[in-house]
Ligand binder design. Structure first.
Ligand code: MN3
Length: 201
């Protein structure tokens, strides 16, 4: 058992009123914890896999023993995605990125607003459960995309820059079926400093 739940970088109520404390508490202590536990349950059967990084494992899912592939894809992805997601938000976040990320967004999408619109569309139109992403794609360009369930951009060689969880568990208590309201509110807590630092990874 090698993976553990890292401390949340802020209090459950830090992202109020945009993301409510009860949702944060359940999302982190129940959902994220379950991904960690179930990832370990799968890897415990093949402990040598603990020597590989989670990123490596998620980039090479086809190399996994078939008996645990789906469990690792879902729960390893869940652990990886949520770890990023918590860090990509902060109290007093929002606004626009600065520096290198701002420049690259302007170059690639024309403007921050044009990028935001593409991202919103990806987040709104992801059917069912999944994630919206800004990634660096395999050509080294910024790209907006989305994934189903807990699939990660690592599987298609994408490096995450910004992520939004659009599973209902991320917003249903406060926003019910109004995913668009959740997306709109979430922009107020984006941690652009963390996202910008992802460019240099
Ligand atoms: Mn989630």
């Amino acid at each position: 058992m090698n993976y553990t739940l890292a401390p949340l970088p802020y209090a459950f109520d830090a992202l109020e009123p945009y993301i409510d404390a009860r949702t944060m508490e359940i999302h982190y202590t129940k959902h994220h914890q379950a991904y960690v536990d179930n990832l370990c349950k799968a890897l415990d059967q093949f402990p040598e896999l603990y020597k590989k990084s989670l990123e490596h494992i998620l980039k090479h899912l086809d190399q996994l023993p078939s008996s645990i592939k789906t469990a690792v894809q879902n729960n390893g992805g869940g652990h990886y995605n949520h770890s990023l997601f918590w860090s990509m938000m902060k109290k007093g976040g929002g606004g626009k990125p600065k520096g290198a990320l701002a420049d690259q967004i302007a170059k690639q999408f024309g403007s921050f607003e044009a990028f935001q619109e593409q991202f919103n569309t990806a987040a709104k139109s992801r059917f069912g459960s999944g994630w919206a992403w800004l990634i660096i794609n395999s050509h080294g360009d910024l790209e907006v995309t989305s994934t189903a369930n807990q699939d990660t951009p690592l599987a298609f060689n994408g490096q995450p820059i910004l992520a939004l969880d659009v599973w209902e568990h991320a917003y249903y208590l406060k926003y019910q079926n109004k995913r668009v309201d959740y997306i709109t509110a979430w922009w107020h807590v984006v941690n652009w400093d963390f996202c910008t630092a992802q460019l240099d990874r």
